[in-house]
Design a protein around this ligand. Structure first.
Ligand SMILES: [Zn+2]
Length: 317
């Protein structure tokens, strides 16, 4: 890949490079380990473990646009590298234990899903059948929630790389349309749902084109991603394993360029400056702290600089 000289979305030449997972440009043992690992890798020392550890590395940069705020991890992946990661290594790849498959609390007590439902449901056409596609679905909480509210009028399909979910989908009557998107699938959908997926895709262009191809004209596409505004890049927010970094300006622009018009776009949940105090130490949060953060994710109130970016887009002719 040729180094970028302008923004892939708004084409502004005003770009900067920010070290991946190291926005404050600190030198610490993690960064040192990555540099040593990268040197070993270059000298021909390769193992799946080392390759995997170096997939998302502070030895590489994010190209960030000063105009629209869009950022992109500037790294080439070898064929199949990301597929292997998301199929087996990613923490959600293994699925849910069977005894939890019917636990509806797992769906309706999940604050983020509640917020997504509140955001989307007023715009769904409840008078007819709904064909829904959830991409990067994991447990596809939204499929189950929509079926719960609207019943058998809803037909659900998923795209999910994780190898551990097959039995769960069969159990819930959810069709697997593919493992990676775009996938060979001729179907068009009335509602395409993506929650914390678009920031993980390797190449944005074919994926956005694929979203338009799979959404029927007049249908809706929901996208939720982290809100990577100026605060995000000024603080040491963890990036891995994200490839794309969106803002309230760049996401609608990218969608407009691919045949969608915004129905509503909102920054939600806890403002990034406040959220940072929780996010950088996710592993050591108390239960109360975790709940404090998660509860804000169920709200669809507009919060300037909120940590979540939610957008609902309509496919236009
Ligand atoms: Zn831009």
């Amino acid at each position: 890949m040729r180094p970028a000289s302008d923004c892939a979305i708004c084409h502004s030449p005003s770009i900067e490079r920010v070290p991946y997972d190291n926005h404050e440009r600190k030198f610490n043992t993690t960064v040192l380990r990555h540099h040593l690992g990268a040197m070993l890798h270059k000298t021909g020392v390769t193992s799946e473990w080392l390759t995997h550890r170096l997939l998302f590395s502070p030895t590489q940069n994010i190209v960030r646009c000063r105009q629209c705020g869009y950022g992109c991890y500037e790294r080439d992946f070898s064929p199949g590298e990301l597929e292997r990661y998301y199929g087996r290594r990613y923490f959600l790849a293994g699925g849910l234990p069977e005894e939890q498959w019917d636990d509806f609390g797992y769906v309706d007590q999940h604050f983020k899903t509640r917020g997504q439902w509140a955001f989307v449901s007023p715009h769904l056409d409840r008078s007819s059948e709904i064909r829904m596609l959830d991409i990067g679905a994991a447990a596809s909480r939204m499929s189950r929630l929509i079926k719960h509210h609207l019943g058998d009028r809803v037909e659900c399909a998923v795209v999910e790389p994780g190898e551990g979910w097959t039995g769960y989908y069969q159990h819930h009557g959810i069709r697997v349309a593919g493992r990676f998107f775009p996938c060979p699938d001729e179907q068009q959908y009335d509602y395409v749902h993506t929650s914390h997926w678009l920031e993980h895709v390797e190449r944005l262009e074919p994926v956005l084109q694929g979203l338009r191809d799979r959404t029927r004209t007049g249908g809706l596409c929901f996208i939720e991603v982290p809100n990577c505004d100026a605060t995000y890049f000024a603080r040491a927010f963890p990036d891995a394993p994200h490839i794309h970094f969106f803002t309230a300006a760049s996401l609608p622009l990218a969608m407009k360029q691919h045949g969608f018009e915004p129905v509503q776009v909102a920054e939600c949940a806890m403002p990034n400056p406040e959220y940072f105090h929780f996010r950088y130490r996710t592993d050591s949060l108390t239960e109360d702290e975790r709940l404090t953060v998660e509860k804000t994710e169920s709200s669809i109130e507009q919060v300037p600089g909120g940590s979540l970016l939610r957008g609902l887009f309509r496919a236009v002719a």
